[in-house]
Design a protein around this ligand. Structure first.
Ligand code: FAD
Length: 470
């Protein structure tokens, strides 16, 4: 019998529970992808994400073809497409791996109910998380709102699935329509603003595994110390691969666990903890689905953000705030579709605190420009920085971008790389050019002499707004 294997954010063939289930149960798999961005609610994938997906789908199709099969592409609506395909392909089942975005969870539940109601099999699996959102709960049987106890519970329940290698051969099935060509989905940009991306990134399962190997042989040693340094390649850069499911998180975790020695333990634990933040983000989004748009901490619903300031927002987006580390980060984002985590925090903080713009303003820009844009991680990141979220960063903690730069980019190399106008200005002036106006005018004449919002004034205004709320 035939079965549809519906690929979504699980664009890989190894460690693929839906594909595995279809094969284990003796079905001939028909591999499909359905393009239906309007089913994602307010968070249809952004431009950078689409550019990545275009290449990842191509890689998946290539991997399937080398095994005798292929990926068939269709347009939504998903339910109708699945119904039509079940008939046309003479298939009796649909298998897929779960996603956890609120709009998608709701859609998938409806699809499952409808298909089952019509006598088809519809089965979903965990393809993307170490712990699905409902598998860990507090002693009161509720969701966690704080990371540390969540992670403690996760470690107590720690168990990694065995590896499942990609099948060597997958027979093609003759029945059913071929679907549309990849270009017809219009995921790839029409102007090549993404050209620089592909100097850094190669989407697809093979390069996801390569990126893991590079990390394991390189930056893993010293990760705990180096992960906050944007001037070095100190992290794994696996985030887009993980978001698109080009590699399973349990495969990443298992490869690290296999290297555990007394001297490697601290770096491995630090890395697993970051994977833990990804798990926690999905836990929160599932249990508090409104938080993609609304403050998790409802006290902030009364908070007075500044009026929307289009000129300041534009300066922030383009890396023209006059605050070097913020501008460096925003330009790295624009050119590569990615920004180092420490700099994401600093740039987000400047927008939410110094400019007092609503965190959603920043979340939406990141959503459009990040290749790893992920509703769970992005929402958690922005609410954490804004101080409106789960725990840890109260609103009154305001990052000072100049001292942050001095600490985490001590030689100023990261700033010089992304803001070449500041290259000739030595450190520490490079972290805060306005503190040495004479030198800056001479050595960095093309860089703004003052930030769009002064650091001390911005901080004071942010704290005043916070006091007013309380
Ligand atoms: P590594 O340090 O190598 O970490 C390994 C993996 O752990 C990452 O690939 C990622 O999947 C996960 N991870 C690491 N840090 C976090 C974190 N703080 N929260 C959740 N997961 C984490 N990450 C995204 O994947 N998508 C987003 O849209 C996103 N938006 C963010 C927005 C803001 C404002 C902030 C502060 C952080 C955001 N992050 C987001 C989290 C983090 O910045 C990235 O996951 C990380 O920089 C990716 O680089 P890496 O793969 O080299 O990380």
């Amino acid at each position: 019998p035939n079965a549809l294997v519906w690929f979504r954010n699980d664009l890989r063939l190894a460690d693929q529970p839906a594909l595995r289930a279809a094969l284990d149960e003796g079905y001939e798999p028909i591999c499909i992808y359905i393009h239906a961005p309007d089913e994602e609610g307010a968070w249809a994938p952004g431009a950078a994400s689409n550019a990545w997906r275009h290449r990842s789908l191509k890689a998946l199709d290539g991997a399937l073809r080398s095994r005798g099969s292929r990926l068939r592409l269709f347009f939504g609506p998903s339910l109708q497409t699945l119904q039509t395909l079940l008939m046309a392909c003479d298939a009796e089942a649909v298998f897929w791996n779960r996603r956890y975005e609120p709009a998608i969870e709701k859609r998938d539940a409806e699809i499952k109910k409808k298909l089952r109601g019509q006598g088809a099999r519809a089965e979903s699996y965990n393809g993307g998380l170490l712990f699905e959102p409902w598998s860990l709960s507090t002693q009161q049987n509720g969701p966690y709102r704080v990371f540390t106890p969540f992670w403690r519970a996760a470690l107590a329940a720690w168990r990694l699935p065995a590896a499942w290698d990609a099948p060597k051969r997958i027979e093609d099935v003759a029945e059913g329509p071929d679907g549309v060509a990849l270009d017809a989905l219009h995921l790839a940009p029409t102007r090549d603003w993404d050209a620089d991306f592909w100097e850094r990134w190669t989407p697809g399962e093979a390069s996801a595994h390569e990126a893991l190997e590079i990390f394991v042989e390189g930056a893993l040693r010293g990760y705990r110390e180096q992960r906050d340094r944007p001037d070095r390649v100190g992290t794994s850069r696996l985030s887009p691969h993980l978001h698109f499911g080009e590699i399973a998180p349990w495969r990443v975790a298992a490869e690290l666990e296999a290297l555990r020695t007394a001297s490697a333990a601290a770096d491995i634990d630090a890395y697993l903890r970051e994977l833990g933040w990804r798990e926690f983000a999905h836990h929160l989004l599932h249990h508090f689905p409104a938080t993609a748009e609304r403050n998790l901490d409802a006290r902030f619903d009364k908070f007075e953000w500044a009026r929307r300031h289009p000129a300041q927002i534009e300066a922030w987006r383009r890396g023209g705030t006059g605050v070097p580390i913020v501008d460096a980060g925003m330009r790295e984002l624009w050119h590569t579709g990615w920004m180092h985590n420490r700099v994401r925090m600093i740039a987000a903080s400047y927008l939410c605190k110094h400019l007092r713009q609503h965190w959603l303003e920043g979340a939406r820009w990141f959503w459009d420009t990040l290749v790893d844009a992920d509703l769970a991680n992005n929402t958690l990141g922005w609410q954490w920085v804004a101080g409106t979220g789960a725990d840890a960063s109260p609103y009154f903690r305001v990052f000072n971008p100049a001292t942050q730069a001095e600490k985490f980019d001590p030689e100023g190399d990261y700033i010089a790389r992304w803001v070449p106008e500041l290259k000739a200005l030595p450190v520490p002036a490079r972290f805060a050019p306005w503190t040495q106006p004479g030198l800056a005018a001479k050595l960095a004449p093309d860089y703004p002499p003052q930030p769009i919002v002064d650091l001390a004034e911005g901080r004071d205004r942010a704290l005043a707004a916070y006091r007013a709320m309380r």
